[in-house]
Design a protein around this ligand. Structure first.
Ligand SMILES: [Ca+2]
Ligand SMILES: [Ca+2]
Ligand SMILES: [Ca+2]
Length: 163
């Protein structure tokens, strides 16, 4: 009895050094690199479940690429099991970090260090719908995002915690 091999990979945006996903944007999970060494007896089927994290509705939980829209800050952990018509794979797990809107460096605070990371990208296109630096989610990193920033600061005067 062999077990289907399974691989998870991040979507397009995984190559970013920014590992978080933007609050309020659709996140796509991707199980398409899962494989079965002998391609049978049946085509691979997919079963995603949420292992931990805030309540969320996963759309397409039996497809290769389900989606969800995080509306709450937190870490979302999903498990994927594939089945080849006979056997289940071992579960693979993926963690999606969704920081506060404006927390670009993922340290839990929204402060001037985060603003600096947005400012250096000013007038560029966002890397995709999950780009943390596109605060208003319009696909561009520009003045409206910089204007929005002060409303998001979690620190007095937006000043970082001194280390
Ligand atoms: Ca097989
Ligand atoms: Ca931060
Ligand atoms: Ca924007």
């Amino acid at each position: 009895m062999e077990t289907p091999r399974l691989a998870l990979r991040w979507t397009l945006w995984a190559t970013l050094t920014l590992s978080g996903k933007r609050l309020g944007s659709v996140v796509t999970l991707n199980g398409t690199t899962s494989s079965d060494p002998d391609n049978g007896p049946g085509p691979l089927t997919f079963s995603w479940t949420k292992a931990s994290g805030p309540a969320v509705s996963l759309s397409g939980a039996t497809t290769a690429k389900p989606t969800f829209t995080p509306t709450v800050v937190g870490k979302y952990v999903f498990n994927l099991i594939v089945n080849d018509g006979l056997n289940n794979s071992v579960p693979a797990s993926v963690t999606i970090t969704v920081p506060k809107l404006g927390d670009i460096d993922l340290d839990g605070d929204v402060d001037l260090l985060d603003l600096a990371k947005i400012a250096v990208m000013a007038n560029k296109n966002a890397s995709g719908p999950n780009d943390l630096r596109d605060l208003n989610g319009d696909g561009k990193i520009n003045l409206p995002d910089l204007r929005m920033f002060p409303t998001l600061c979690t620190r007095p005067l937006c000043l970082p915690v001194k280390h």
